[in-house]
Design a binder for this molecule. Sequence first.
Ligand code: DGL
Length: 275
Amino acid sequence: MPIRKAPIGVFDSGVGGLTVAAEIRRAMPAEDILYFGDTARVPYGNKSPETVTRYSREIARFLEAQGIRFLVVACNTSSALALDALCAEVSVPVLGMIEPGARAAAETTGTGRVGLIGTRATVQSGAYERAVLALNPSIHVFSQACPLFVPLVEEGWAGDPVAEEVARRYLKPLLERGVDTLILGCTHYPVLNSVLRRVAGPSVKLLSSSQCAAKALEDALAGERLPEGAGPGGRGGLRCYVTDAGTHFREVGERILGEPLAELIPVEEERLVLA
Ligand code: DGL
């Protein structure tokens, strides 16, 4: 009887990282996932680098203590601001969102004009731009912070005309620059894929950072053979830790995942304090 491997740890500031968990479950259904949503302290996207780094380190340490074998930082903001600190801190391999998305963009663009949308903190960090330029210095990256997208997704308004109007306003400057590739550099944004597709038009290729990260995880784990999970169809388990269980995490999360979530495990913030 093959022994099950330790789970993959996946964390986000809230529910958005479930777009990454959903991609991991599609690509690697037998993996067990421990998901952490920092629902008490979301959003990270308008917080300082110091605060985001502290929160991210606390969560990484918590997940490491639960016995994960790999950590996926399923939050673009944390990846942009805290990835180096996390890699130095934890003893398991760490995968962030930026490099996989940047690599896909560098490989996809034909005109060398790439658009990036994300939170204010992700855009201000310049992390995507640095990562794309490291791969190909001749590419131009045009960035736009889209702070209204996260609340629109959490409100369940991804299909509402309001979302389309907001998307038109945010994407206009990027489309005017003639980008042919658009990185969805926030884990909430794949939920807005249809409206972004409509607004950006057929000549712009949309890249979901969540999909790119799941693919990178698959590559990193290639060759590892897992026995079937205990769930229906041999699927692995998905346990969710949250810092505030009183939010509408379950409702939004189940919509993103397309499957029911088991019990949410509350984690008091005091348990997250760094030693
Ligand atoms: N999920 C976060 C990200 O990918 C955005 C939400 C937030 O601001 O915390 O950047």
